[in-house]
Design a protein around this ligand. Sequence first.
Ligand code: PMP
Length: 754
Amino acid sequence: MEEHQKPIVQVLQKHFDISNPTISGMEGYESKNYKIECTDQCYVLKIYDASVANKASIDGETHILTKLQNLKGYNFPVPIKSNSGANWIEESDTLYRLLSFVTGTFLGNIPRNKSMAHELGAFLAQMDTMTIEMYDAPTMAKQPPWDLRHFYKNEPLIKYIPNPKHRSLVTYFYLQFKEMVLPHQEELRMGIVHNDANEWNVLTCNNSISGIIDFGDMCHTWTINNLAVAITYYMMGQENPLEYAVELIEGYHALRPLDVLELDVLYYLIAARLCTSVCNSAYAKKQNPDSEYITISEESAWNLVHVWLTINPIAAQNTFRKAAGYPPLQTNALEKQLELRKQFISNSLSLSYTAPIHMVRSAFQYMYDAKGNTILDAYNNIMLVGHCHPKVVQAAQRTFARLNTNTRYVYDELQSYSEKLLSKFPDSLNKVFFVNSGSAASDLAIRLAQTHTKKRKVMVMEHGYHGNTRLGIDISHYKYGHKGGPGKRDYILEASIPKIFGAGFGSEAEATKFYVEKTHKEIQNHELEISAFIAEPIIGCGGQVPLPKDYLKNIYPKIRAQGGVCISDEVQVGFGRLGKYFWGYEMYDVVPDIVIIGKPMGNGHPMGAVITTTEIAQSFENGLEFFSSFGGNPVSCAIGEAVLDVIHEEHLDTEAQNTGSYLKGRLKELGKQYPEIADVRGEGLFLGVEIMDEKFQPDTMFAQYLKNGLRMESILIGTDGPADNVLKIKPPLYFNKENCDMLLSQIEKLLQKK
Ligand code: PMP
């Protein structure tokens, strides 16, 4: 006999009249467990620290297990009293407790099917009906961290999850729980439940549910939690997880009807259970790297976390409601929304797609519409670090709840963010002006340039776009040159868009020479009059057109030589989207005098900024105050800083490079097969796909067909360019290889259908 088994043998002999047992160790979470085999009986001995809480728990479990013996047709452990009739024996600060050994095959050891899911639901309903009312159980003050009612207790464990993106997914679900479940905490029905019907606790016999063991997590909580836990584990590894959830709900609801509120929070409770599991696995791994038992569900739980994000919470909610015979959620009908929109909003604002989308929520690279569809977002570049990224949301919530003011006061957030933001630029670009949009930034940039240079003319790029203010329209050929646009102002000069594709050049060098010479001529014609040259590094509205590599290198010096400054509009491409290059101008080995940024800067919070040199900023210090009511406020600064931190912590720029080059490569391959894909261009996750017809003419119709076709398959992309024939792909940087594959296969299907 092993030395540590001696006290066990003594306790069994002295208090339970069991002699000569065979003792073997079993897995356990909160107690040390041993299988005790005698000639005619088999038991489980559980050993705990002799705490008051453990004594209360054991008494509670004993009470409930005793009553559960009345639930016929199922097996539960039978508590074995000691010779003196006690529930537990205390010896040397240790508690010993004996249970009968329940035989059966673990659910985890047999293939799962729908009818068994239904049975499990029915079993839990019967068990809950017996246990929920047992308030006399002398235990239930305990609040185990696995009780979803106390989900927040696991929040400090998030830090043990090694992968920063995984930490963000879990934190996202924490925020959703606070938002969607906690407001209802007083309305949810309470009772005592088993709380751990996972596949290694549920037993089966002849492919039928036969019982359950391990009542260590039993607690007084929201009764729906018991079902939520069972559903969570049952769904793991299943291709269509909701189908199994439906069976469990149907089985349960038939015997113990569920409230509609319980079904409405179920999606978030399941997510909470998954997050509890992965948090505790991460913590357990840190504490005990060799234990496989504690992390047994880790991989399947992570897989389901990822799958769960692809399920629209409204779709889940309606599926759960339907399983229990409740009507679906009421949402405003799209027709009604469109009618109201028409009433209040000008028609000069457009709606995407021939079939507009009513959006209700979003998460990372996914958006959820009111109909329950999950939409893969390959288009919204503003949500750079992902829709509703929790770090950004938390920064906003935290700061907004404490202080919001303006730059006429001193507060830490402004200094802290400015320093972090400017550290992303070369030394010469060391002053920042905060505003609230890309338009406000480009407007201010031109004012800075004109004040500094004392010149008026501005050279802009053909098909460029820089903003919606009056000045913004003046400098945006995309707008002033468009149908309905005001036309070119007298102080505006145009540089031809230096597009290589489709322009008939033999090489990039030839194209560069042509466009550089053309622009030089224009500069020469207005020598000493040009205050600024403004261009996007990849011209977005012009159809995702990158500049030839040496173009800016030849233009910037000429602009400067005649006394002007060079502005790079990084509103679309900045903040790591291009992968290798944090800012677009870095692609061309130049340093601008003024940079304007916006869109992704606040991940959806309205932010913009102008970054410039000390000299240009000083020229603006002429006695006229610059003030923006909201630019640089503490909330915006906290958000902006969170965005930078997320990019850094989650290496999202590297992800953009890897995912982007994969996608670009695969699109190019597709282009070899389908001539409609005439050009694939761009950097990182800022790509353009130019669609041409068989006569090599821009095929606007087909580009629209692809865009709208993808929309019908719940994938968002855009189109742009002078002929609106360029597919624009610029997703949140969470967009991964599987998302690329999904996009590619849908594009290919549409191409095949042509
Ligand atoms: N510059 C560029 C390159 C843009 O794409 C945009 C917006 N599409 C702007 C400036 C203007 O930004 P905002 O819409 O935030 O005013």
